[in-house]
Every structure is written in C-alpha cells, then in structure tokens.
Design a binder for this molecule. Structure first.
Ligand code: DX5
Ligand code: ZN
Length: 215
C-alpha cells in the first residue's frame, strides 16, 4: 500500500537554520520538502527566492517541491528549475488563459521536472479539468495562500474527489493549508495522495510523531 506523501513546509521552520530543519524532518521520515515562494503581488507576503532553493539543493537530496505563489510564473520557471527544484507548482489564477497555462506546463516539463498546477479556494475544480492529463500534480489550497498557520477550509477539500474522478491514476493530488492530524484524515478519505504541513509539523516538539500522525 502506498502511504500518502508528506511534504513539510519550511515556511514554518527556523529560517536561520534551514539545513538543520530539513535534516530534522528527513530524520523524522519526510521524503519531500515544500518550499513556498511568494512575491508580494500574487499573495500579500514575500518569502524566499531562487538563491535559497539553490542553497537548499546543495544540502539535501530530498525532493524539492516548490510552490510558486507568484505572478508571471513563466519568467521564473527556468531559474527555479536550474536552482534544483524537482517539482514546480504554479497557480492557475496567475495565468491569463488556457494557452498561458499550457505554456507554463510545457516550460516546466522542458527541464525534465514535474509540473504541478494549484487552485485557490475560490477556483472551481472544473476549471483545471482540461489540464489533468498534462500535469503530474494538482495542489488544492485549503487556505487562502499567503501565510502559514491558517484554519483548514473544509469546503475546499470537497474538490478532491471531483478532481480524482477526472484524473489519470498517477496524478498526485496534494492538499496545502491547515493540515493537521484531524484534517489529514479527511483529505486522505477524499482521495488526497500528498499532504503539505507547515505549522503542524514545525510547531510540534516531536517532528517524527507529527509526521507519523499524518500518514
Ligand atoms: C500557504 C502555503 C502553505 C503553508 C501551509 O500559502 O502555501 O504551504 O506553509 O502552512 P500550514 O500547514 O501552517 O497551514
Ligand atoms: Zn504551499
């Protein structure tokens, strides 16, 4: 049986010591690291950029799962791919039209890495149905993107089965925002195959216990 993939979000980690924070969740069983990139335009917060991803690549072999909450994603795909991201997930709402979404997907794939497409709470799952055969991962946001530590929006989780019904079997369905031991169960029962968790893991005093409680 395949366990759900846990992707600890370093947004809630100690930024003064990311290497140690990544090693700690690796030791606790994590295989992926979720890297939240925010530009202060697409979302009202600024976090980290290309140089940080490049530095992280040098100190970890874990899958770097980079979540781009930025406008004009096409401008930054190459730098983030070359910095060492294994997955680049961008936002449907950051694109002008269907053609734009397809261009960004193809650009990500041209670097031989996985392409993810994310939707914010107000976006209907039907809007991304046309792309489900062309991407590797769908990221369903269960909070408004921008900050860690927000409350899980239950309505958003109901998008998971709708997407799953239309998706190829190997599409990863990831959930991000307000994931804890209770909401993780809901997401898994609805069909999620990957869970992002920031404050729940990094805010706990036992990362291993926290990660295991999400599996
Ligand atoms: C929010 C980010 C999330 C965030 C989740 O915009 O995309 O990845 O780190 O944080 P928690 O798990 O605390 O809700
Ligand atoms: Zn995220």
């Amino acid at each position: 049986m395949n366990d759900v993939i846990i992707s600890p979000s370093i947004l809630s980690a100690n930024f003064a010591n990311l290497e140690q924070e990544i090693q700690a969740v690796q030791y606790a069983g994590a295989k992926w690291i979720h890297v939240d990139v925010m530009d202060g335009h697409f979302v009202p917060n600024i976090t980290i950029g290309v140089p940080v991803v490049k530095s992280l690549r040098k100190v970890t072999d874990l899958i770097l799962d980079t979540h781009l909450m930025i406008e004009n994603p096409e401008k930054y795909i190459e730098p983030f791919a070359k910095a060492g991201s294994d997955i680049l997930t961008f936002h449907y709402e950051a694109c002008k039209n269907e053609q734009h979404v397809r261009e960004v997907i193809n650009l990500i794939k041209s670097f031989g890495i996985k392409a993810g497409l994310s939707i914010k709470p107000k976006t209907k799952p039907e809007e991304i149905f046309p792309f489900l055969n062309d991407i590797d991962l769908v990221l369903v946001m269960t909070v408004e993107p921008g900050f860690g530590g927000q409350e899980f929006m239950h309505d958003c989780a109901l998008k998971i089965p709708k997407i799953k019904e239309k998706a190829p079997d190997n599409l990863i369905i990831q959930v991000d925002g307000g994931v804890n031991n209770i909401t993780a169960k809901i997401c898994k029962s609805l069909g999620a195959t990957s869970l992002v968790a920031g404050s729940y893991i990094y805010g706990s005093n036992d990362y291993k216990k926290a990660i295991e409680s999400l599996l």
